[in-house]
Design a protein around this ligand. Structure first.
Ligand SMILES: NC(=O)c1ccc[n+]([C@@H]2O[C@H](COP(=O)([O-])OP(=O)(O)OC[C@H]3O[C@@H](n4cnc5c(N)ncnc54)[C@H](OP(=O)(O)O)[C@@H]3O)[C@@H](O)[C@H]2O)c1
Length: 257
């Protein structure tokens, strides 16, 4: 018997990349349903409602263990995309201490716990960052590494996608440092690519939300990316994952208990 079509649940769906993941997943033919999660009180939740349709549901469940577990049970996703995270600026506005440990790592653990309780294990598709490693310096990359480790040790099938700098004219929020980094680094990396350093260029050049989301969705539904890290050069490569090669591991055909 054919396994059921994939069902996606997207955390951080109000964000630059999360929203694009909702859009890309929703137009992927075999995906039956996409739940786009917005935290209650999110300043961007109303904007997300514009995506609601017969295939896209906007969910505003509080980010607390009990309600989150119930929401995941009700949705029963085959794929859970984890695209949330804060910035130093936003954390200051929200008065969050140790923001990357609290939000980037803490909410990832919360999602994992809720997903682990599901009868059939969903694949966790985790949006991480280039540079996450056990030797990473700085609070942000260190928290990203710890979140990756939490995903890896969860026992759930996973795909970790390490994105480079994310941005473009379509980001509806001013991020001057990131914009400056893109303006300086991208042409330099293009020049290095032209003299043969193509891997370096493909790893470090920035990506916009749609390119990142297409990479995440492609990676999410492919057997070759199960239980491993997809580095940024692979994330941006179109044509690597053909849909006809979707494999059972990405479907819900193995009951866990
Ligand atoms: N920016 C980069 O260059 C880059 C590169 C690689 C990886 N990443 C990682 O990718 C993730 C997504 O990037 P992005 O550019 O899409 O970020 P974004 O636009 O800032 O979106 C972040 C998402 O996380 C949610 N969020 C923020 N603070 C929260 C909190 N305290 N509690 C619960 N949810 C919260 C936001 O919800 P609200 O809309 O309600 O605030 C939003 O849905 C980031 O976390 C980042 O670490 C970023």
């Amino acid at each position: 018997m054919e396994p059921p079509d994939p069902v996606a649940f997207v955390f951080g769906a109000t964000g630059y990349v999360g929203r694009a993941v909702v859009e890309v997943a929703a137009r992927t033919a075999d995906v039956a349903r996409v739940t786009a999660h917005a935290r209650p009180g999110s300043p961007r939740a109303d904007h997300l409602e514009a995506l609601a349709s017969d295939r896209v549901i906007v969910d505003r469940t509080p980010l607390e263990a009990g309600p989150l577990s119930a929401a995941l049970k009700a949705s029963n996703p085959s794929h859970v995309f984890v695209c949330h995270g804060t910035t130093a600026h936003r954390a200051r506005l929200e008065d969050i201490q140790a923001p990357y440990l609290t939000v980037d790592l803490g909410l990832t653990r919360l999602v994992l716990e809720a997903a682990e309780a599901l009868e059939t294990p969903p694949r966790i598709v985790y949006l991480s960052a280039v540079g996450a490693s056990p030797r990473a310096r700085g609070a942000y990359l260190s928290a990203r590494w710890q979140a990756e480790e939490a995903v890896r040790s969860s026992g759930l099938p996973f795909t970790i996608c390490r994105a480079p700098l994310l941005g473009g004219p379509d980001r509806g929020e001013s991020r001057p440092l990131e914009t400056a980094a893109r303006i300086v680094a991208d042409p330099l990396l293009a020049a290095l690519g032209a003299v043969g350093l193509t891997r370096l260029r493909d790893r470090l050049s920035s990506m916009d939300a749609t390119e990142a989301a297409e990479g995440l969705v492609r990676s999410a539904f492919h057997y070759m990316t199960i239980n491993r890290v997809v580095e940024s050069d692979e994330l941006r490569r179109v044509g690597v994952y053909e849909r006809e090669r979707w494999a059972p591991e990405s479907r819900r055909d193995t009951p866990r208990h």
